[in-house]
Design a protein around this ligand. Structure first.
Ligand code: PCA
Length: 325
């Protein structure tokens, strides 16, 4: 009997030792956009790949749609260690540093190829800023190009005066101001409600968000502007990161690279499809042309000059690097 108990204790002890040497880290990962959105789906694939590649040692659960933390709270929650990892719209933090808004300079990087090129120059500078904030950058994926949603036909900026406009960052609020509209910042998760209750009757975004929020229920026109491709990025709390084994850090960085490539390809593949869905659901989908286009380009020039003169030497370095390629 004693022998059996001894064998049993040896097994329990060895199980305990194995489980402590391969401790499972359970990470909650808040994301701001709906579960069916391609960023969120990409986040789930990233989490699955990390789980498989680390042999189950890092077990990430995605919480989409702002269900754990709302978009505007996610970065702070990671910085303060409330959650180890999460995804947020990069340009949502322009109030901390204009560098976060590099991808939202109108008419600077308007294609996926240019967006990648800009990211190549932006990423090292962003990593430095995030490092000082106690964060580690994993990957960034662009949204499809942005356009303007209205509940009527618009032919020039003169037609937009006084309209209530939903913005999602400082740049989009500035566009609204320059167009004579009244900006109000609303998370994508609350967009349908804002349109239904009249808090806003227009906004700027991709076909993706228009589709996710079924905005044809409230609005009638989408004008393709193709002026920038804002990015979402995934970050980890630095203290949590530094406690990981070097092996797991390398695995996560490798998976992050794949998630960036896969998410970007998916964004590009879906970009045209979203617009066909807006049209199929009754919206008028056209390119911003004529006077509207001319007005938007002039607003873009004002905003780009403002950004460059306020973003200092780091901003200049990124833009010069991008333009020199
Ligand atoms: N959708 C997000 C940000 C950019 C986009 O295409 C939103 O509207 O909040």
């Amino acid at each position: 009997m004693k022998k059996i108990i001894n064998i049993f204790s040896a097994i329990v002890l060895s199980l305990f030792l194995t489980s402590t040497s391969n401790a499972v880290e359970k990470w909650d990962m808040p994301m701001a956009y709906s579960a069916t959105n391609f960023h969120s789906q990409n986040g789930v694939m990233f989490a699955d790949a990390v789980r498989i590649a680390t042999g189950g040692e890092i077990d990430i659960t995605v919480h989409a749609g702002g269900s754990l933390f709302k978009g505007g709270e996610i970065k702070k929650a990671i910085q303060t260690g409330q959650v180890p990892i999460g995804e947020r719209l990069l340009s949502g933090h322009q109030n901390e540093s204009l560098i976060f808004g590099t991808d939202s300079i109108p008419f600077l990087a308007t294609s996926y190829a240019d967006s990648d090129k800009l990211w190549k120059h932006l990423r090292p500078e962003l990593e430095k800023i995030l490092d000082k904030q106690g964060l580690v950058l994993l990957y960034g994926v662009p949204w499809p190009s942005q356009g303007l949603y209205f509940n009527k036909e618009i032919n020039s900026v003169a037609d937009t005066k006084g309209i209530k406009f939903r913005s999602y960052n400082n740049s989009t609020a500035r566009i609204a101001e320059l167009m004579g509209m009244l900006p109000v910042q609303v998370e994508a998760a609350e967009l349908s409600q804002a349109l239904a209750t009249g808090v806003a009757s227009s906004f700027v975004s991709s076909g993706a968000t228009g589709y996710d929020r079924k905005v044809w229920e409230h609005l009638s026109h989408f004008y393709e502007v193709n002026a920038w491709l804002p990015r979402n990025y995934v970050m980890v709390n630095k203290k949590t990161w530094n406690k990981l084994s070097e092996k797991n850090r390398n695995i996560i960085m490798g998976v992050a690279k794949m998630a960036e490539a896969a998410g970007t390809a998916r964004s590009e593949q879906l970009s045209g499809w979203y617009l066909t869905q807006l049209a199929a659901n009754g919206m008028t989908v056209t390119k911003a042309q004529g006077q509207l286009r001319t007005d938007l380009e002039s607003i873009g020039k004002t905003m780009s000059d403002e950004w460059i003169s306020n973003a200092g030497s780091v901003g200049k370095k990124i833009i010069d690097g991008f333009k020199s390629e």
